[in-house]
Design a protein around this ligand. Structure first.
Ligand code: FAD
Ligand code: SF4
Ligand code: SF4
Length: 461
């Protein structure tokens, strides 16, 4: 019998006043009883509209039916036909704009908790099935992957399963891309990402860390001297943008990427960490996207009073509603309709305040959102000792400047065809390096598409 409750089973979570002082995961996951109850809300619709909202087309009604029957491993096997990172996507996918947006149960109530069920199934599998994957026999072809984010890991995994000899070259000392250096531990525990990386190693993938492609070795050298027959570029979009206002060079001004890398990858919040990061008392995070919410919530956990400074209103915040609510519950203060004009410092060049001007919303601009307009004479100073700029990122130009014949678009993204093939023969690309900052599931989908195309190209040779 279907469960006709209009509400999703709520996700158990740490209390706001407890979690804003630790880096442990906020959402605790469904129990088996909750998963069974939630799965019973799915109507198993014949035309499954939810699937059209999933960028990798997970067979949603089928996996949920297995959950409802208590066949959790079978549910996992269905998900893994199309997704390589379900424990990750079940946690960080913007489900409300994807699969759940199309769920018919959402018409008169809340959508089925598809992401929560996906997370439950993946966690159940990780807890109960511990046999590592078996390395397939080699087909003798060597493929290089640049970058170990979700696009690179997915491409590497799909090719390794087909017997390719894959080496992933990663600039940082740990594999995982934004999954390890950007998204905080309290939203995505790093042990989950490490498990995916370990599985790839078991499949025979070599992970070469501390290799900056374009500096340590170029793509041309990989292909012409090291015997790699194809390359997938999944180098992401890690180059931060700044506002260009006076004072951005003072001590205590970070890009969100640098701040989050120090916290997440180098664990700067631990007393034994040797990463230098000041423990600020008052922080202004400039920007209103998901990355800004992560930076604000991390700062809160370091013990600071935290302001999010954003030039439009609460309604216009681009971050996921859930992230904004979590930040508010944890005590982050939103200073919307304010725009920074200058950062001020003391005599030692340490940040002491940020000068802002108040804004009001005017007519809609080209994006359809109401344009923020300055209120004359409304400047004021907000006392802070740290400013974190979270204004977006773009692809780093290093790969382009060191690779022959790679076409790049106006925004710095690598130009590819529908198979992920670049303007250079046998060089593919995908994820944020192509699209600019986007989502985990889109990056993963791009890695899959390229792996399929690389394999087909070898089959047809
Ligand atoms: P990345 O994950 O950026 O990985 C690229 C990798 O390539 C990095 O490890 C980098 O070090 C490496 N690299 C770069 N240049 C070189 C080089 N020259 N040589 C060798 N290695 C190189 N998406 C969601 O869906 N949900 C979320 O909740 C979410 N939260 C986010 C929070 C933050 C703080 C950030 C920054 C992003 C978030 N995103 C989220 C976006 C998502 O993480 C990205 O879209 C996704 O990780 C892109 O994957 P990718 O494989 O293209 O690149
Ligand atoms: Fe939904 Fe993302 Fe899972 Fe697809 S991968 S079903 S969009 S949560
Ligand atoms: Fe189930 Fe909703 Fe998909 Fe229908 S649309 S199959 S109710 S998840």
């Amino acid at each position: 019998m279907a469960n006709m409750s209009l509400k999703k089973n709520p996700m158990p979570a740490q209390e706001p006043d407890v979690r804003n002082k630790n880096f442990n995961e906020v959402a605790l996951g469904y129990t088996e009883e909750m998963a069974l109850d939630e799965a019973a809300r799915c109507l198993n619709c014949k035309n499954h509209p939810c699937v059209s909202g999933c960028p990798v087309q997970i067979h949603i009604p089928e996996f949920i039916a297995k959950v409802a029957a208590g066949e959790f491993e079978e549910a996992y096997q269905i998900i893994s036909q199309t997704s390589s990172l379900p424990a990750v996507c079940g946690r960080v996918c913007p489900q409300e704009n994807q699969c759940e947006k199309h769920c018919v149960r959402g018409i008169k109530g809340e959508a089925v908790g598809i992401g929560r069920l996906e997370r439950f199934v993946a966690d159940w599998h990780n807890e109960h099935v511990t046999t590592p994957p078996v390395k397939p026999a080699s087909n003798g072809h060597k493929v290089a992957v640049v970058g170990s984010g979700p696009s690179g890991l997915t491409c590497a995994g799909d090719l390794a399963k087909k017997g390719y000899e894959v080496t992933v070259f990663e600039a940082l000392h740990l594999a995982g891309g934004v999954l390890v250096y950007g998204i905080p531990e309290f939203r995505l525990p790093k042990a989950i990402v490490q498990k995916e990386v370990d599985n790839l190693k078991a499949l025979g993938v070599t992970i070469a860390t501390n290799v900056v492609v374009g500096r340590t070795i170029s793509i041309d050298e990989l292909m012409e001297e090291e015997g790699f027959e194809a390359v997938f570029i999944g180098s992401g979009a890690g180059l931060p943008m700044f506002m260009g206002i006076p004072g951005e060079n003072y001590k205590g001004v970070y890009s969100a990427n640098e701040f989050l890398t120090r916290i997440n990858l180098m664990k700067a919040y631990r007393p034994d960490s040797d990463t230098p990061i000041q423990h600020p008392k008052k922080v202004a995070v400039v920007g209103g996207g998901n990355v800004a919410m992560d930076a604000a919530r991390c700062s809160k956990r370091l013990g600071a009073e935290v302001y999010v400074v954003y030039r439009r209103g609460m309604e216009e915040l681009p971050a996921r509603r859930e992230e904004v609510e979590h930040a508010e519950e944890e005590g982050v203060i939103f200073k919307t309709l304010n725009n920074p004009v200058e950062i001020l410092a003391d005599e030692n060049d340490n940040v002491r305040a940020i000068r802002c001007i108040k804004m009001e919303l005017g007519e809609p601009d080209a994006s359809g959102r109401r344009r923020p307009v300055e209120v004359p004479g409304s400047e004021f100073e907000l006392d802070v000792d740290c400013v974190i700029m979270s204004l977006g990122t773009s692809p780093n130009p290093l790969i382009k400047s060191t690779t022959k014949g790679l076409e790049i678009n106006r925004k710095g993204g690598i130009v590819v065809n529908e198979d992920g093939l670049t303007s250079r023969a046998n060089v593919y690309a995908g994820g944020d390096a192509v699209t600019g900052a986007a989502t985990v599931i889109l990056a993963m989908g791009a890695g899959k598409t390229a792996a399929k195309a690389i394999d087909e190209a070898f089959q047809n040779k």
